[in-house]
Design a protein around this ligand. Structure first.
Ligand SMILES: Nc1ncnc2c1ncn2[C@@H]1O[C@H](COP(=O)(O)OP(=O)(O)OP(=O)(O)O)[C@@H](O)[C@H]1O
Ligand SMILES: [Mg+2]
Length: 255
């Protein structure tokens, strides 16, 4: 009895949260993704490295449903995304936090309103005070409670990045997708954001895919790394493994 029970739990915790196989995406003659394989397990943090224009954002947009792949398998929480209707997709999207390459904050709204925005579907279920508490908790976890009544234009780039993070975390997502979370930030702020990502992942017990070409961010956040070259996963391994590689194309990322 006992061992069967243990077995079941083990199986459950190992089932991937995101499973991608032979994923392809072209724009006319531009074959961007030519057959990507990727498996993200619970609690894991995968960094995807790739040069500018290699298709990193396209990959992440396919996962979150903003772009439709041409073919391949794409399962999120074991559900085949390409076969789901709008309602089913919405349910899945609620469990995914997506930090855009540009922060995508609403410039005409205060920080508070920006954070309330993803909660609009919860307004009927939760009291004003509960919503207020959620906003405050999310801001506290990124260390920016004092900006609650400020406008995005009054914040620095690093602060805006933290607010975007808080806006994703407010829904307690099971999966976080980050597109270039540290680009455009100075190295110190970039490192702070990377550390915050690790901290949040532990706090919320979430899993992440992080798209970056910031090696410091990769080193701090990755359990596993994938190198995307010419539309395919060219290499995979831990940071330490890839750092040791003699392959010219991989070495180029570490220079
Ligand atoms: N909606 C679109 N329509 C047509 N082509 C697109 C579209 N989105 C992306 N592409 C093309 O796909 C390729 C990969 O773009 P993508 O934005 O994924 O690059 P990236 O790896 O994220 O680069 P960067 O590091 O500069 O953000 C580019 O050639 C781009 O022109
Ligand atoms: Mg991009």
């Amino acid at each position: 009895m006992n061992s069967a029970h243990v077995d079941l739990t083990a199986k459950k915790s190992q089932s991937p949260v995101i499973e991608i196989s032979k994923l392809k995406k072209s724009f006319k003659n531009n074959h961007v993704l030519k057959g990507i394989d990727l498996t993200l397990k619970k609690g894991e943090s995968i960094v995807v490295l790739g040069k500018s224009g290699s298709g990193k954002s396209v990959l992440i947009k396919c996962i979150v449903g903003l772009l439709r792949p041409d073919s391949g398998i794409l399962k999120v929480f074991e559900k085949p995304v390409l076969e789901l209707n709008h309602q089913e997709l919405d349910k899945i999207r609620e469990k995914i936090g997506f930090v855009f390459q540009s922060n995508a904050l609403y410039d005409s709204m205060t920080v508070r309103k920006n954070l309330e925005f993803p909660l609009r579907r919860h307004l009927e279920k939760e009291s004003k005070e509960q919503i207020n508490q959620r906003v405050k908790n999310a801001l506290t976890s990124v260390g920016l409670l004092n900006t609650i009544d400020m406008m995005p234009s009054e914040l620095s780039g690093g602060m805006r990045k933290r607010i975007s993070l808080a806006r994703c975390l407010i829904l307690n997502p099971e999966v976080m997708l980050y597109d270039e979370p540290t680009t455009g930030l100075d190295p110190i702020t970039g490192e702070e954001i990377s550390r915050l990502m690790v901290q949040m992942q532990k706090k919320y017990n979430s899993s992440s895919i992080i798209i970056t070409h910031d090696m410091k961010c990769a080193k701090l956040t990755a359990n596993q790394m994938l190198v995307l070259i010419d539309g395919l996963i060219y290499a995979k391994g831990t940071y330490a493994e890839l750092e040791k590689s003699k392959d010219k194309k991989i070495k180029a990322f570490f220079e």
